[in-house]
Design a protein around this ligand. Structure first.
Ligand code: G1P
Ligand code: ZN
Length: 539
């Protein structure tokens, strides 16, 4: 039943910040998924003793790709596949399954927060036995392999029914279909004080969780409504849909509009939250109040001792370079380890495995801990609920008190989307050359302290990664530039603006960063080079 099929390479199968992401229509080309998967299998080598996890966020084309991957896994001699029922598994739940069952890795079919559907995006993320995504050294090898692939192996058999929980043999390979929710719920129950949160709901506390028609719906209904007792209807958009019901499943102020409007209305719940397509991102809201992911990371870190799982202490904390410095001040105050890494969750994995850090996060609505090796949306929501239950304070009180204690990093991100790749690459290259000339230069009240590329030396594997350009000012303000690595076409220039204020903590962020925005556009010549005088997305 095993067939070897001749194929020709695609030249665009290089993985980005988080796996391979392409327009669905590109991924649907003949042999596109097959070439990519066979290249992974070829790079791994001997598969006969390997077990992998397979699942995804339920987006368009997943059901087709999953069958291809099952048939190819069997034909390539993989020992066993563990598959989420109906092909579903959230990214964090997947990481947990890999770690808990000591699997050799896994494939999550998701383009994360990118829209789905025939005109949306499709993606494949590849994790190894760490439960986190493979390092660039491995993804580079896989890319090389995609450029010379000549054939792939596939089992010529019927599609597999993924709807029943069972273990069976298919094409000589063992398959176990698992409940994607159960183990994850058990893990959360080990970490947080469910009894205290339950009591808070019993006293009338209200929440709204927006699953954005994506994978976290079933997890959220089970945890928040069934176990913790949030009233029925607290979880909205909870049925995963192939096209996310037309939503762009990115939990931020722009795309989670329905939730934001509700939380800023007079009907608002006490607490609001949303997750992205595959369940690793989170957004946190109070009544008419938004917590930036930068502040959220700092606040969670500052309150680790309220959470049963962490109360005996944490190793340290890490953030991506583009993320604000709010958590750095908390790390100093608690005298714990502190690291700054390039954008992308994979850079946190070595730090967690070597017990250098417990918590980590990114400005892009990602927060997590070493309980798994991916960011974790529902974990962050439960962490906040646990803080609220333990303190009896509101989201706004917790956050403003944090600013009063540590000062505030006003933070805004500008995205310039759909820029021609060549234009964006040249802009970054020219800016990098210009950086040394900026040192010591003043722009109004801001004086450049240090302008340089961000270069990371991994303390564990010794690798060096360059990602982004940073202009730091003498008052602690920063401008960070980088190109997105998760888009499916063209380039997105991201400009991250941060302004620190020790005492003045209740101003409007956009007003506070406005002078930095002017400097950022001027220095990089963004309007001249891209024709854009304003960012396309401001978050
Ligand atoms: C974006 C975010 C980054 C995150 C990644 C995956 O990558 O900026 O923080 O790790 O998505 O969720 P980017 O498009 O900027 O490369
Ligand atoms: Zn995601």
């Amino acid at each position: 039943m095993i067939k070897t099929v001749a194929t020709t390479p695609y030249t665009d199968q290089k993985m980005g910040t988080a796996g391979l992401r392409r327009k669905s229509k590109i991924a649907m080309q003949p042999n596109y998924v097959e070439n990519f998967m066979q290249s992974i299998f070829n790079v791994i080598g001997d598969l006969s003793d390997k077990t992998f996890l397979l699942g995804g966020d339920g987006r368009f084309y997943n059901s087709v790709a999953i069958q291809k991957i099952i048939k190819m896994s069997a034909a390539n001699g993989i020992k066993k596949l563990v598959i989420g029922q109906n092909g579903f598994i959230s990214t964090p739940a997947g990481s947990n399954i890999i770690l808990k069952n000591k699997l050799n890795g896994g494939f999550i079919l998701s383009a994360s927060h990118n829209p789905g559907g025939e005109n949306g995006d499709f993606g494949i993320k590849y994790s190894n036995e760490t439960g986190g995504q493979i390092p660039s050294s491995v993804s580079d090898k896989i890319y090389q392999e995609t450029l010379s692939i000549k054939e792939y192996k596939i089992c010529d058999a019927e599609d597999v029914d993924l709807s029943q929980l069972r273990t069976f043999t298919y094409c000589g390979m063992e398959i176990e279909i698992i409940d994607p929710v159960k183990d994850y719920v058990e893990l959360m129950q080990k970490i947080f004080d469910f009894a205290a949160i339950k009591q808070m709901f019993a006293k009338g506390f209200t929440m709204r969780f927006d699953a954005m028609n994506a994978v976290t719906g079933p997890y959220a209904v089970e945890i928040f409504e069934h176990i913790l007792g949030a009233s029925k209807g607290s979880v909205v958009n909870y049925i995963p849909k192939e096209d996310f019901g037309g939503l762009h499943p990115d939990p931020n102020m722009v795309y989670a509009k329905e939730l934001v409007n509700f939380m800023f209305s007079d009907k608002a719940a006490d607490f609001g939250a949303a997750n992205d397509g595959d369940g690793d991102r989170n957004m946190i809201l109070g009544k008419s109040f938004f917590v930036t992911p930068n502040d959220s990371l700092a606040i969670l870190t500052d309150n680790f001792n309220l959470i049963p799982y962490y109360k005996n202490g944490i190793y340290g904390v890490a953030k991506s370079a583009a993320t604000s410095t709010a958590v750095e001040r908390v790390a100093k105050a608690h005298n714990i380890g502190y690291y700054e890494v390039p954008t992308g969750w994979k850079y946190f994995v070595n730090l967690m495995d070597s017990k250098r850090i417990t918590f980590c996060g990114e400005e892009s609505f990602g927060t997590g801990s070493s309980h798994i090796r991916e960011k974790d949306g529902i974990w962050a929501v439960l962490f906040w609920l646990n803080i609220l239950a333990a303190t009896g304070k509101t989201v706004e009180e917790i956050t403003t008190e944090h600013w009063q204690k540590y000062g505030r990093s006003y933070y805004i991100r500008f995205d310039f989307e759909g820029v021609e790749s060549a234009v964006a690459d040249k802009l970054m290259a020219d800016l990098e050359n210009k950086l040394p000339t900026l040192n010591g230069k003043s722009f109004g009240e801001f004086m450049v302290d240090k302008a340089a590329p961000f270069v990371y030396h991994d303390p564990v594997d010794g690798s060096t990664t360059k990602n982004g350009l940073i202009i730091r000012f003498t008052d602690g303000s920063r401008i960070v530039y980088r190109l997105s690595g998760t888009g499916s076409s063209g380039a997105t220039i991201r400009v991250y603006l941060e302004r620190f204020s020790a005492k003045d903590v209740l101003k409007t962020p956009l007003d506070m960063v406005a002078p930095l925005a002017d400097i950022a556009l001027e220095v990089a010549e963004i309007p001249e080079r891209t024709g854009k005088h304003k960012a396309d997305v401001i978050t």
